[in-house]
Write a protein that binds this ligand. Structure first.
Ligand SMILES: [Zn+2]
Length: 152
């Protein structure tokens, strides 16, 4: 789905020779707090599970060719259930993750114990955030991460 504005996502992908593919997942829930109580009933607020694959098509840049990770449809916009994420949603979200420290203690300090959604970040979450930041920082070059931050 096109949200109707140009955030420079395609320019980013083209410039660095990257492609981004969104595939259907297996219906799993995210490991972070995913339930909200509405009208006395606990319900998942995230959308469908997707697998994201970013592929490097140019020989230049870091040597790792692909990066795959889990993503949830409306992590971004909890009111739109069944909304399939596009490259814009994915890159905007991971630009947040790429700014995180690779040290869990620093992550907790950096984000004041809160996710960008305002949900509390448990120590196990801080470890997961740091681990994902490490994966992103080894796949993307420093220049790519800077460009990613400009999108996010
Ligand atoms: Zn859930």
């Amino acid at each position: 789905m096109n949200r109707g504005y140009d955030t420079g996502v395609q320019t980013f992908l083209d410039k660095f020779g990257l492609t981004l593919k969104v595939s259907a997942g297996n219906g799993q829930c995210p490991r972070w707090g995913h339930e909200r109580t509405t009208g006395g009933v606990k319900k998942c607020w995230h959308g469908d599970h997707y697998r994201i694959t970013i592929r490097r098509t140019k020989a230049t840049g870091p040597s790792q060719r692909t990066l795959s990770f889990d993503f949830w449809g409306d992590h971004f916009s909890p009111t739109e259930t069944g909304y399939a994420p596009n490259a814009d949603d994915v890159l905007t979200t991971i630009s947040w993750d790429a700014q995180a420290s690779t040290d869990p203690d620093e992550v907790a300090e950096q984000f004041d114990g809160l996710f960008s959604s305002g949900d509390p970040m448990k120590p196990s979450d801080a470890i997961a955030v740091a681990r994902f930041a490490r994966r992103l920082k080894s796949f993307f070059s420093a220049e790519e991460i800077d460009a990613l931050n400009d999108i996010g």
